[in-house]
Design a protein around this ligand. Structure first.
Ligand SMILES: [Zn+2]
Length: 260
């Protein structure tokens, strides 16, 4: 540990937050795992490590959220889901809010056979988007449930924090896209993905890793010719009685960026 200039208690706090260290685990082992996971040098006294560890987390979940590939909507209905919403976000008109939600859904629909459109019929809604106080500005921005099992047909819920100054620091569309990524069944992915654990101003649409994982779940959009290189969805059924998972979406700063 002597080659790192970061105080031990800071290192423990930061590594614990990311899920790389738990009580009883060797601290240096956790450091090396983290550095290896994010391809960070350790020969600079830990400067790059500390800078990276201090970045805001995109969600309240650990960095290495287990790659699930066990959550998806029933492919028979996955590209014709319905979303509805209640409440409004401060500073965002209802019309803009609806438009942003649809735009975020459409960002995903471009790449694989998943899609959702608005309904005001509560009996038909699959994704319920709600607004309300979660915490103070800059803390938790929202959360989303994931579909349970591999053939989900029920309802899931999301919530967005009414305490945020949306679009004055945190880009609403990016947050919607990330949360809808969870809503369609994606877990957290590697750095550079829209589903990475960090909020990043510069990532504003699904990236290759996001698309790769989505294709595994749903295959290409049905109105497009099937690309032979694209993986087909896993047909294996998974019991539908799995619990939905709630993912918290956190941004600790207003304009967080990945520093490379
Ligand atoms: Zn997330």
């Amino acid at each position: 540990m002597s080659k790192l200039a970061i105080p031990k208690f800071v290192l423990i706090y930061l590594l614990k937050r990311t899920g790389f260290w738990q009580k009883g685990k060797d601290l240096m082992e956790a450091v090396e795992e983290y550095a290896s996971y994010y391809d960070l040098p350790l020969g600079d006294g830990g400067l790059a490590l500390e800078r990276h560890l201090s970045l805001p987390r995109f969600c309240g979940h650990e960095d290495k959220m287990e790659a699930r590939a066990t959550s998806r909507w029933n492919p028979a209905i996955a590209d014709k889901l319905k979303w509805g919403y209640t409440g409004s976000l401060p500073g965002i008109s209802d019309m803009d809010f609806k438009q942003f939600i649809q735009e975020a859904c459409d960002e995903w629909s471009k790449h694989f056979a998943w899609g959702a459109t608005y309904t005001n019929d509560s009996s038909k809604v699959n994704i319920i988007i709600t607004v309300g106080p979660i915490d103070n500005q800059g803390g938790t921005l929202g959360w989303s449930e994931l579909p349970a099992g591999m053939s989900f047909e029920g309802k899931i819920k999301q919530k967005y924090d009414s305490a945020e100054r949306w679009n004055k620091g945190i880009r609403l569309l990016s947050v919607l896209e990330h949360e809808l990524g969870h809503a369609l069944g994606l877990s957290h992915l590697e750095e550079g993905a829209l589903m990475q654990p960090f909020y990043s101003e510069s990532i504003q649409s699904p990236q290759p890793p996001d698309i790769r994982e989505g294709l595994k779940l749903y295959g290409p959009p049905k109105n497009k010719p099937k690309d032979e290189d694209q993986p087909t969805p896993d047909p294996k059924p998974i019991p539908a009685d799995m619990q939905s998972v709630i993912i918290e979406f956190k941004g600790y700063g207003l304009t967080a960026k990945i520093v490379k």
